[in-house]
Design a protein around this ligand. Structure first.
Ligand code: ZN
Length: 303
């Protein structure tokens, strides 16, 4: 009797320990998401911005990040033959690349990878790349192209999406760099849920007149491009996503320079957008300290 009672107590004790371990394991996090950043050519300082992207993605605690660097511009075929990123080893791919067209096998690999359910994240000038690659243009929807290339998309003051036909209105450009307000247009989307409806972004280029096939675009945030800063007097898309087969393509045209990428708002949407393209869910919290409608907030420098 005594022994049985003891066994019972021990059994309960073991049960508590086991369930305690399970609870804490669930509370810590799921397995890290594997992210591949692609760089190597850009009309921007990719050698400075890739480490910033990698650093804040890693610090979120949600990702392990590898970087694949292409050959430099105008490299011979042999150099490109060695460039075969293994997209399928990763849950999502982030492009910080704007340069020479990738070899055909790499193009077909990316198309198969995204249409099969892989994620793709496009940051700033990565949407300037590959005007001649039709499937890439479908993935990004809008790219840095001339007015004759394709449709333009803006958002009216009442939130309605407005398409401007090919050839009408301005093509791709930007006015002078400045701090500007980002307006969230879909506050229920997992990436945007909990982010303030309007927040002030650190000095950046405000892209306007982006052009492309613009099919199945889901606009998540816009910014008003003011005439005074050389803009278009329209609400231009800043963040959007497009389904491509089973995959998701998440684009932000924010992120011109190191200082723009220090914005807590930028880092939050790239972190959450990257997670969402990989898993379809967002668990990375919105930081308590976030830019407000009138005040920017940059990540603190490493001491
Ligand atoms: Zn730029």
């Amino acid at each position: 009797m005594m022994n049985l009672r003891r066994l019972g107590v021990v059994g309960v004790f073991i049960g508590v320990v086991v369930s305690g371990v399970l609870i804490s394991k669930n509370a810590v996090a799921a397995d890290p998401i594997r992210v591949l950043i692609v760089d190597g050519q850009n009309n921007h300082n990719w050698k400075a911005t890739t480490p910033i992207l990698k650093d804040f993605l890693t610090k979120s605690g949600r990702f392990t990040v590898d970087v694949v660097t292409s050959p430099p511009g105008k490299s011979p075929k042999e150099a490109w033959d060695a460039f075969r990123p293994k997209f399928s080893d990763y849950a999502t791919v982030l492009s910080n690349y704007n340069g020479d067209l990738w070899p055909e096998p790499v193009q077909r690999d990316l198309e198969a990878y995204v249409s099969g359910g892989g994620g793709l994240v496009i940051v700033h000038a990565a949407n300037n790349a590959f005007p001649e690659w039709a499937e890439f243009n479908k993935m990004i929807g809008l790219g840095w192209r001339g007015a004759g290339y394709g449709n333009r998309v803006t958002v009216a003051a009442d939130g309605k999406v407005v398409e401007t036909a090919k050839g009408e209105g301005p093509g791709a450009g930007h006015g002078s760099q400045h701090d500007f307000s980002v307006v969230v247009r879909d506050r229920e989307h997992p990436v945007m849920k909990g982010i303030p409806a309007e927040w002030m972004h650190v000095k950046d280029e405000l892209y306007h007149g982006q052009r492309g096939p613009a099919a199945s675009m889901n606009i998540l945030a816009t910014a008003f491009s003011a005439k005074q800063t050389g803009g278009t007097d329209a609400h231009e898309p800043m963040v959007w996503w497009i389904p491509y087969g089973k995959g998701k393509v998440f684009t932000t045209v924010l992120g011109h320079a190191e200082y723009s990428m220090k914005c807590i708002g930028f880092q939050t949407i790239v972190n959450r957008g990257t997670e969402w393209t990989a898993t379809g869910k967002v668990t990375i919290p919105v930081p308590e300290k976030f830019p407000t409608a009138t005040e920017t907030l940059a990540a603190e420098e490493k001491k």
